[in-house]
Ligand binder design. Structure first.
Ligand code: NAD
Ligand code: MG
Length: 389
């Protein structure tokens, strides 16, 4: 029996992961499930999977969750500290699928206990990659990628030496507005940005796909996770989303990972790693699909990519600024306070503001410095939103 925990169990990634585990409950002992406001789902899953513990991050949702699980043995807790406490419980494998920087501290805690962490929460790598991976190393814990592109790179690297890698190419669908005239982007509405051509995902990452902030995050994630220099990392627009990444080697070979646009593949790979096991995902019929297309990304259409390049070059705490400013700008767009294109303006302005002075490069990346940088960046981003003019 493998003991497992799911952070962000009620989200899009969390639900895909639970789907895999629910098919094979004889092999798993579910320790904790965490979620947010969707306590009905959380309670339903905790009951069905016979979890030891269910945690909502919102204290105001505690009573409802407690009530829903009153006739079970499931322990109930609420709040950020309760999620960290859940992360301290011994398990063999945990899924990090909270959205946003809120995933960082639970991930660090799980790694401090030697837990294998399947990481969907890219924000924790963007914000504090060296801290997260350093924590894993210090405790002999493994971090496995769950983001589809990074899982694809990871799979293409099995049996290879990093010294032979010349480039890493991650693909992008192009998002909801890939065929829109650039002039129209400023008028994009929340509803329009919240629908993805190929993937069914949480709202935040779907909007980030339309703006390519998601791909921008993934560039930084690639640099941090695989330790490759920024100049070796490329983005390729591939609208079918069937090739998720390619690794180029020094003999000219490109190893491409091809798979259906279903996150259960990447989650399942991390769940069963280092083995492969049968997964209930579509088998692609390439003869029917016929052709795959590729285009270089249009930098003018996707300013987020250029911002990510600057962040990778600066390094240090600039990832924490980038992520926090992006989260704040995304909140602003979702609330209707700023326009679609304003998001990249806000992030660029926040980075500019916080790059002056003693610099983001020189300070040590500790949990304190990261959290303080995150806090300040949100304040500056909020100011930048007010002064868009
Ligand atoms: P989602 O919005 O569907 O789910 C987010 C989960 O996090 C929910 O369980 C929610 O209750 C929980 N949560 C939200 N705020 C929280 C907080 N402050 N504290 C604790 N828990 C909180 O998001 P998602 O699409 O499943 O994405 C989850 C993560 O996986 C993100 O980092 C995303 O970038 C990444 N990811 C998602 C996909 C995808 O296909 N959805 C693909 C690759 C990577
Ligand atoms: Mg991805």
């Amino acid at each position: 029996m493998r003991r497992i925990t799911f952070f962000g169990a009620t989200g899009s990634i969390g639900q895909s992961a639970l789907d895999l585990v629910a098919r094979d409950l004889d092999h798993y002992d579910v320790v904790a499930l965490t979620g947010g406001r969707n306590v009905a789902q959380l309670a339903k899953d905790a009951r069905a999977l016979n979890a030891d513990l269910a945690v909502t991050c919102y204290p105001e949702c505690y009573a409802e969750l407690k009530d829903l699980l009153a006739d079970t043995n499931v322990e109930v807790a609420a709040g950020g500290e309760a999620i960290v406490e859940a992360a301290s419980r011994p398990v063999d494998w945990a899924l990090s699928a909270i959205v946003g920087a809120a995933g960082l501290v639970p991930g660090l805690e799980a790694l401090a206990h030697g837990t294998t962490l399947a990481l969907a929460n890219k924000e924790s790598l963007v914000t504090a990659g060296p801290l997260l991976l350093g924590r894993a190393k210090a405790h002999g814990a493994t971090v496995l990628p769950v983001d589809s592109e990074h899982s694809a790179v990871f799979q293409a690297l099995v049996g290879e030496h990093m010294a032979a890698v010349e480039r890493v190419i991650i693909t992008a669908s192009g998002g909801a507005f890939r065929d829109w005239p650039i002039e129209k982007l400023a008028t994009a509405t929340l509803a329009e940005a919240s629908s993805h051509p190929n993937w069914d995902m949480g709202q935040r990452i779907t909007i980030d796909s339309a703006s390519m902030f998601n791909k921008a995050m993934e560039l930084i994630e690639t640099k941090e996770f695989f330790g490759v220099p920024p100049e070796m990392i490329e983005v390729l627009v591939h609208r079918e989303s069937l090739i998720h990444a390619l690794v180029g080697f020094n003999d000219g070979a490109l190893m491409a990972h091809v798979g259906p646009p279903d996150m259960r593949h990447a989650i399942g790979y991390a769940l069963h790693w280092p083995e492969r096991q049968h997964l209930p995902v579509e088998r692609l019929d390439l003869g029917k699909i016929g052709q795959l297309t590729f285009e270089a990304p249009d930098q003018a259409r996707y300013p987020a990519l250029g911002i990510a390049k600057d962040v990778m070059a600066t390094g240090g705490l600039s990832g924490a600024v980038f992520n926090a400013a992006k989260e704040q700008a995304l909140d602003g767009f979702i609330a209707g306070d700023i326009g679609f294109l304003d998001m990249s303006t806000v992030v660029a302005k926040t980075l500019e503001k916080m790059s002056s002075g003693d610099g983001l490069q020189s300070q040590a990346i500790t949990l304190d410095s990261v959290l303080e940088t995150d806090r300040l960046a949100r304040i500056y981003a909020a100011e930048a939103m007010k002064n868009l003019g």
